[in-house]
Design a protein around this ligand. Structure first.
Ligand SMILES: O=C(O)CCC(=O)C(=O)O
Ligand SMILES: [Fe+2]
Length: 361
């Protein structure tokens, strides 16, 4: 029987078939004009963000990168990475046009017919470097998240030309390359803050040995209060550089003790959001902190975001940097293989900051 609006799916497997197997995603669900949220997306109460947990008056730091080498600016970057784990940068070296182009490319990709996008799904993609999907880890989640994504792992230009979707390939490559300059500036400053002044090849591999760019699409949701765009998590990266549009909806955990308070990351035109990931928390022996964040669903507007996850190489062992231990610090983390760490992250639903326990001594 054809889906109707009142009872669009006969059962759970019909929804899975439409959303996951046929590649319609939540965008397809949203565009059917559903009146109610399918039950698979209803999150337990404790995973939804209630208004009384939002700190309206707070904001994460905003840092002007035009004088990034100035000791004052460098200090504000290191302070933000230790205290907040999150900040926004303005006057950085990524041209506004490059950002606009990648946003357009994101809309172009998600605007393709489901059959086209589905060529890049887990079942059909010719390579693990390219993955179109929905939610976070649908096999591992009790409740699904209201998000579709395309994930692009960078191996080489040649591979990207051969495998990435032409609808967004060139714009993502350009965004990634232009961002690298800024990422290097930030990592240099952050390392100096740990008294690590030389970034040799080994260190460069640990800090930025691999990169993954995601295109995220959060379509209009029929019942946004009942679900999430992305559940509470910290990233597994060293640093994440995120481009968001003007819609808003990203919330970061406040830095006041263990309180369950959340701060909105207000969209600023031309800015990029930077956050510390678990890998940098581990490498810095928790001097820099990866902080929980989440995305709420929106009842009236589609939202996109484009994070670049700057990661160690999958084959790197990560643990507190030898320089920190040599200066007498007690290590908090053991050495773990980065690809094992990432596998652990994806083997479970989003669960706040629990992933880092994998490396705890
Ligand atoms: O869309 C956003 O603003 C954040 C997404 C996010 O946290 C992630 O992809 O890890
Ligand atoms: Fe994230």
């Amino acid at each position: 029987m054809a889906p109707t609006l009142a009872e669009p799916f006969a059962d759970s497997s019909a929804l899975t078939e439409f959303v996951i197997n046929q590649g319609n995603g939540v965008k397809g669900l949203s565009e059917m004009g559903l009146k109610a949220l399918p039950k698979q997306y209803i999150q337990p109460l404790e995973e939804r963000l209630s208004m009384n947990k939002i700190l309206d008056q707070e904001a994460i730091p905003i840092i002007d990168m035009s004088k990034w080498e100035d000791p004052q600016v460098a200090k504000s970057i290191c302070d933000a990475a230790s205290k907040w784990g999150f900040f926004q940068i303005v006057n950085h070296d990524v041209p506004v046009q490059v950002l606009e182009n990648v946003k357009q490319a994101t809309y172009r990709f998600f605007g393709l017919p489901a059959e086209e996008k589905n060529k890049y799904s887990k079942e059909h993609s010719p390579s693990n470097s390219v993955r179109f999907g929905t939610s976070f880890s649908p096999q591992a989640e009790k409740a699904l998240e209201w998000k579709d994504y395309l994930s692009l792992f960078y191996v080489s230009d040649e591979e990207a030309f051969a495998l990435w979707p032409p609808a967004c390939r060139d714009q993502v490559l350009d965004y990634m390359k232009k961002s690298e300059v800024v990422i290097k500036q930030l990592l240099q400053v952050l390392m100096k803050g740990l008294n690590v002044t030389e970034i040799d090849q080994t260190k460069e591999s640990l800090l930025m040995g691999s990169m993954r760019t995601n295109l995220n699409y959060y379509p209009i949701c029929p019942d946004p209060e009942l679900t999430v765009g992305v559940g509470r998590h910290s990233d597994v990266s060293t640093l994440t550089m995120l481009l968001q549009d003007e819609i808003g909806g990203l919330f970061v955990k406040g830095n006041e003790g263990d309180d369950d308070n959340w701060i909105h990351v207000r969209p600023i035109k031309g800015s990029l959001v930077i956050n510390v990931g678990d890998a940098l928390q581990i490498l810095s022996n928790r001097r820099y902190r990866s902080v929980e964040h989440r995305v709420v669903a929106n009842g009236s507007k589609n939202r996109i975001s484009v994070p670049i996850f700057v990661n160690p190489s999958p084959s790197n062992m990560i643990g507190p940097l030898p320089e920190l231990i040599a200066s007498g610090e007690k290590p908090i983390y053991k050495q773990v293989l980065y690809s094992d760490y990432v596998k652990h992250f994806f083997s479970k639903a989003h669960d706040g900051k629990k992933t880092v326990e994998f490396a705890q001594l």
